[in-house]
Design a protein around this ligand. Structure first.
Ligand SMILES: [Zn+2]
Length: 134
């Protein structure tokens, strides 16, 4: 009713580090083995409460990709990008998926669960040691 609508996720959730906006569910996490210039980055099937910037071609260590930056819908910080299109055949699995930079978000369960439940990652996808945005 007149409020800015943001989707509220259940369970283990990654939120915007600046404003607490929910960004992604742990259930949508595909891989934690990505990297951006800022450090660790996670690959997700789906994210919520983000705004997408213009598409652009970007050269990464794994080849040329068409990507669009994604921003927190609430505080507008840049938090990652979406893979729109991968030019390399073996990178096609990333198309339509989202990268969120670890430094830009909080794991809501951080500190609560200690080391008890590190997310199980990678569903048969190649391990991506070194995705660096150039
Ligand atoms: Zn935010």
């Amino acid at each position: 009713m007149g409020r800015i609508f943001t989707e509220h996720l259940q369970g283990r959730v990654f939120t915007c580090r600046l404003c607490g906006n929910h960004l992604a569910s742990n259930l949508e996490l595909i891989s934690k083995s990505f990297h951006s210039r800022q450090g660790k980055a996670y690959l997700f099937n789906a994210v919520v409460n983000v705004l997408e910037g213009p598409k652009e071609e970007r050269l990464m260590t794994t080849g040329l990709h068409e990507v669009a930056d994604i921003h927190c819908k609430s505080c507008l910080q840049l938090c990652g990008w979406r893979y729109v299109m991968a030019h390399e055949e073996n990178q096609k699995y990333k198309e339509g998926k989202f990268i969120l930079e670890r430094a830009k978000m909080m794991d809501l369960y951080e500190g609560n669960l200690a080391s008890s439940s590190e997310a199980t990652t990678v569903l048969g996808f190649p391990n991506e040691a070194d995705e660096v945005c150039t």
